[in-house]
Every structure is written in C-alpha cells, then in structure tokens.
Design a protein around this ligand. Structure first.
Ligand code: ATP
Ligand code: MG
Length: 251
C-alpha cells in the first residue's frame, strides 16, 4: 500500500513532499516530507552526512531533487537555480561561505541583484553609488558598524562576514533565511551575535532554518527542531517539548 502523503500545514511557507536525492551511489535524501511554517525558526540537526546540506541545497536552487515536490505558500515550484530561489524570497548562507572575499562588502551585498543604470550608448552599468549607499544602510540595520562598504569581504572577521550575509537577507526582504552552520569557526562573542540575529528573524517577518551541530545553540535559538539521520527525518518536535538528551539519543 502506498504511504499517505501528509497534507501541508495551513501556515506552511515551504512544504516539501517526497524529496529524494541521489549522488551517484549515495541516496542522500530518502523521501523527505517537511513543512517550514511561516514565522518560525526551525533547527535542523543530524550527524555528518545526514543530508542536511543536501536538503537546503534543494531549497536554495543549488541542487535539483531527483523526485518529490517543493511548494512555496501552497504553489508547487521548480526552484532550479539560486537566482530563482532568491526571487522566491529564499536566501541562503551556505556552510562554506557564499561570499566572494576579493570583492567589496557593497558588491557582495548585491551579488546576483546588481542594480543597473544605463549609460550613454545603452550599456548597463552597475549603479555603484546606489549599492554603496544601500549597503551602509543595510549593515546599520543589523547593528553592524563597519568603516566602509568598500572594504573587501576578505578583510572581515568570520562574524562580520556572517553579519553581512544576514544584512543581505534582511535588506532584500527574504521570506526564508537558511543558515547552514553559521557559527562554525566563530569566537564566543561572534557566535552570540549570530545567534541573536537568528533569534530576531521572526520579529523582522523572516522565517529561518538554522543548521548546527551544537544542540545548546539549537535549543536556545529555535522554535522547533528536526533531526535527520541517513537521509531521513527521525524527529520533529517543538523545542519546548524536547530535551538535549533526547536529541543526542536520536543522532
Ligand atoms: N556533491 C556531492 N557528491 C557526492 N556525494 C555527495 C555530495 N554532496 C553530498 N554528498 C553525500 O550525500 C550525503 C549527505 O551529505 P550532506 O552534505 O547533505 O550532509 P550534512 O548533513 O550536511 O553533513 P555535515 O553535517 O557534515 O555538513 C553524504 O553521504 C555525502 O557524502
Ligand atoms: Mg552540511
């Protein structure tokens, strides 16, 4: 008998149904059914190789699932490319930083969305002045006070880089911000700042997915926790109803 497909929650911003992903011989996602509800911060946990990054790559258009569907606010979509994901309001801070260290903060903020001004002869020119102005405002909005939007991202600390990435998501009014292990290699102080940003997402009208190996961070930051093991979801609970021992036990 076929398994019954669960109905999406009424407040589901994203609904994944039956997602499968194979990497040649590796079955990385084995039929994932998951709702991400509008206004929640969802913690996604699991051992190395569980499939967390693969799942969020399917949501951010970096990978295409081999089977299954993804719906955004009830409408089935083919995400396909990172640009399309952005247009759907899905912004991702990837595990291995998605910024270009040799480009300025301002350029990085606008990657894939550069405002174009038409110069003489109709050649599209990036509107540098506008990018710089908006970059400064976007950084200020997330309480990041950097000297100049012209500084290279490669000169920033890990925490400042994550701050720029978060500023980017806020500035473009993303509906969903996915953070894949955003606190790796950060100092205690920088980690606290990133956790604070993440906790503050719902107040800004942004839904979040927070991936971490640190269960304390997940319990402090998220509303709900989903645990994956070997390509499947093995636990899905409200943070208020789950203990750290229980989380460790399923991983
Ligand atoms: N590009 C790829 N090519 C081949 N196999 C891959 C690729 N990306 C991931 N995999 C495999 O898919 C499985 C899931 O990997 P994934 O990166 O999603 O795990 P993860 O839960 O994010 O782990 P981690 O906590 O270590 O980041 C693993 O077995 C991994 O080796
Ligand atoms: Mg990963």
């Amino acid at each position: 008998m076929n398994a019954v497909t669960p109905t999406a929650a009424a407040d589901a911003l994203i609904a994944c149904r039956g997602l499968h992903k194979w990497y040649s011989g590796v079955h990385a996602l084995k039929g994932i059914d998951l709702d991400i509800r509008a206004g929640e911060v969802l913690g996604l946990v699991g051992d190395n190789g569980a499939g967390k990054s693969t799942l969020i790559k399917c949501l951010s258009g970096v990978e295409t699932p081999d089977d299954g569907t993804i719906a955004v606010e009830g409408r089935t979509v083919r995400i396909g490319t990172p640009k399309r994901a952005m247009r759907l309001g899905i912004e991702t801070i990837h595990q291995y930083n998605s910024m270009v260290p040799t480009m300025s903060i301002a350029r990085n903020l606008f990657i894939g969305r550069e405002p174009v001004r038409f110069g003489l002869g109709g050649v599209g020119l990036m509107d540098q002045r506008r990018m710089r102005r908006e970059a400064v405002a976007a950084l200020r909005d997330v309480d990041l006070h950097l000297r100049s939007a012209d500084a290279l991202v490669g000169e920033l600390s890990g925490g400042q880089r994550q701050g720029v990435a978060i500023a980017r998501a806020m500035h473009f009014r993303s509906r969903l911000l996915i953070l894949d292990e955003p606190t790796n290699h950060l100092s205690v102080k920088e980690t606290e700042k990133v956790l604070g940003f993440t906790r503050g997402l719902p107040a800004q009208g942004v839904t979040g997915i927070f991936i971490s190996h640190n269960m304390h961070h997940v319990l402090e930051t998220c509303d709900r926790v989903v645990a994956m093991a070997r390509g499947e979801i093995v636990l899905d609970r409200r943070v208020a109803d789950v203990g750290i021992d229980e989380l460790h036990a399923v991983l």
